[in-house]
Write a protein of this length. Structure first.
Length: 315
């Protein structure tokens, strides 16, 4: 008998067995894959939960990204939501729908990507589900533990707070622009789209420093800060000089005849963290002050509305 090559060759239960055999628990995993449900230790007594949906050809393309890239990105975008609340990620639940003719080696790469990204934050994939579909669909739920801290919400920004960011801005948008033009380099920006690198440790650090509001930059800096401004009933004023695009982004934008500042202000998928802090807080070097919280509403850049919004589904 020939070696099985596709999902159809092994069937649902063979696929589940293959996936779970590649996963390893962590200390917070009380009951992992294989039972009716997972059991996760949560010493804080409160669970932080976030869920996300990724569709093939909308959130990723197999001709642009490897299966390993997709696993990393799917995990990263969910863990970024957890750390943006000031929590420590503990686990992932993954729902997978895929065509029967999908090769098992692609599944192996996907699972490895999930496991590798989870290991970066000390979390584990603890369960999920599989189904057949015409295209690959991933439904990912991340769980986290506050470890005794209060959650950092969108609604806590106050006039007089400073606004600061940590992580890259605009790189994933530049990578998407490069790939959309049919190019595969420069590799730094292309890889930023394929496999984001959220500054995970800074979420907990920001909470410990007294961040009053925080979010991850998934839809664009201005759009995501707009959520903080609306929830907090304040205006956020950004300084353009503090958001100068990096030389690499300027080089790419020159080659593509694009505006690099549009990537910085409107590009998502980098999963940087942006937060507001009391003015007296001394921030570590990983954080860059980019503006202030004032009375009013909305977001301004050098006093003006930014004309280009971030990503929004259905528009």
């Amino acid at each position: 008998m020939s070696e099985p090559r596709t999902i159809a060759d092994v069937g649902e239960f063979g696929l589940i067995a293959r996936i779970t055999a590649a996963l390893r628990p962590v200390d917070s995993t009380v009951v992992g894959p294989g039972d009716d449900a997972a059991v996760i230790a949560c010493p804080d007594g409160r669970v932080v939960a976030s869920t996300d949906l990724l569709l093939e050809n909308r959130h990723f393309r197999r001709d642009w990204s490897t299966a390993n890239d997709v696993g990393h990105k799917a995990a990263a975008r969910n863990f970024a939501d957890i750390v943006a609340m000031g929590a420590q990620p503990t686990s992932l639940l993954v729902g997978l729908a895929a065509p029967g003719e999908l090769e098992l080696t692609w599944i192996d790469g996907l699972v490895a990507g999930f496991a590798e990204e989870s290991a970066e934050v000390g979390a584990a994939v603890v369960g999920g589900d599989v189904s057949a579909a015409d295209l690959i669909v991933l439904s990912v739920t991340a769980l986290g533990d506050l470890q005794g801290r209060e959650p950092v919400r969108l609604s806590g920004a106050r006039p007089g707070d400073i606004v600061a960011v940590t992580g890259r801005l605009g790189w994933a948008a530049a990578g998407y622009a490069v790939l959309s033009r049919g190019f595969r380099s420069p590799v730094q920006v292309v890889n930023a789209h394929r496999r984001p690198e959220p500054p995970y440790a800074e979420g907990v650090r920001a909470a410990e420093l007294g961040a009053t509001a925080m979010t991850d930059v998934s839809d664009g800096l201005v759009a995501d800060l707009g959520n903080i401004a609306a929830a907090s009933g304040v205006r956020i004023d950004l300084r353009k000089d503090a958001l100068a695009p990096s030389p690499k982004l300027r080089d790419v934008s020159s080659a593509l005849n694009a505006d690099p500042l549009a990537w910085v202000l409107g590009g998502g998928d980098d999963y940087a963290l942006v937060a507001t802090f009391p003015n007296a807080v001394r921030l570590p070097s990983a954080w860059q002050v980019i503006g202030m919280v004032n009375e009013g509403s909305g977001v301004r850049v050098d006093g003006l509305r930014w004309g280009e919004g971030g990503h929004e589904h259905f528009r």
